[in-house]
Design a binder for this molecule. Structure first.
Ligand code: 8YV
Length: 313
């Protein structure tokens, strides 16, 4: 039977789909991600790896895994944790799970947009203090969405799904991406809400830095459900504290699972622990997709979502 390593327990349907097809080495250690040394050790002699966002698959890991390895199936649409070029050079397939998480991630972007403009997390925290309060017309004012501009950075599947939802809120939408739309500078200057949906690449790292925040409207909000390092978190904390922008909603962080300490004291940021695709329906679909990719790759078939088709040619 083929040997596979699963780096974190998936939902039941997905775990059951592996049963009978391969021998599973499942990491069930403490809730943190698998320590690197453990990953290097347990990857050895596996036919396939089923990985999550923070397991780095690079030359060192591929050396440790050895020549049996046929596929790395990532339980995510993003694969910035994988050195795809190195996998390709060694004939190792890389697969991801696109499409199935598009709508749930767009929903979470909107949850953070609404929480940011209407101060939902702050309001909830306030009431839980038990402090006395009297309703007043100046209390916890947020901003309208209707008639204002949503700027989408990265106009792929999730960016488009987020844009579609804007119609219901009566917003104007602009976007910026590698293939078109308005310039990044115009988007930053014109948007009342900016939602990030671009992949993490050397070009997009710290796309949002101190200089970008200075060019945003002081009433604007920034939401990131893509990858943490697109935003300079320390600079964001400063901008939020100084009132250079109104609020932010973050589902992803620069050094996950750590959150920049300076953000934790701020009331105008809403935080979530990377929950973009965290719904019962989506996680079942993602898990089954990743398992299908893994088993196909091991059996010598073309996985449905293959990132490096060059390996097969
Ligand atoms: C994953 C994600 O749940 O798909 C992605 O790229 O960020 C999330 O949907 C996470 O990466 C776990 O691997």
């Amino acid at each position: 039977m083929p040997q596979v390593l699963v780096t974190r327990e998936m939902v039941d349907e997905a775990m059951q789909a592996l049963t009978g097809h391969c021998e599973v080495d499942l990491y069930t250690g403490p809730p943190e991600a698998m320590p690197r040394a453990e990953f290097l050790k347990r990857a050895q002699d596996k036919d396939g790896l089923l990985t999550m966002l923070s397991e780095r698959v690079d030359a060192e890991l591929l050396d440790a895994a050895g020549p049996r390895l046929k596929i790395v199936a990532n339980h995510a649409v993003g694969y910035d944790n994988i050195d795809v070029e190195e996998c390709t050079r060694r004939g190792v397939l890389v697969a991801n799970t696109p499409d199935v998480l598009t709508e749930s991630t767009a929903d979470l972007a909107w949850a953070l947009i609404l929480a940011s403009v209407r101060r939902i997390a702050e309001a909830d925290r306030f009431l839980r203090t038990g402090k006395p309060w009297v309703w007043g017309p100046r209390m916890m004012l947020g901003h309208d969405l209707y008639g204002r501009t949503l700027g989408i950075v990265g106009y792929g599947r999730i960016g488009k799904a987020t844009a579609r939802r804007a119609e219901g809120f009566g917003m104007r939408v602009i976007h910026n991406s590698r293939s078109g739309g308005v310039s990044f500078d115009s988007l930053v200057a014109e948007s009342d809400v900016i939602s990030i949906h671009a992949p993490l690449t050397p070009e997009t790292r710290h796309l949002f830095d101190a200089d970008t925040f200075r060019r945003m409207k002081p009433t604007a909000v920034l939401v990131n459900t893509a990858r943490g390092p697109l935003v300079d978190e320390a600079a964001l904390a400063k901008a939020l504290r100084a009132g250079e922008i109104f609020a932010a909603g973050l589902d992803v962080f620069e050094r996950e699972p750590q959150v920049e300490a300076a953000l934790l004291d701020l009331d105008n940021v809403t935080l979530a622990p990377h929950l973009g695709s965290a719904t019962v329906q989506t996680r079942a679909a993602m898990g089954l997709f990743a398992v299908r990719n893994l088993l196909d790759g091991i059996a010598g078939h073309r996985p449905r979502a293959l990132v490096n088709p060059e390996v097969l040619t």
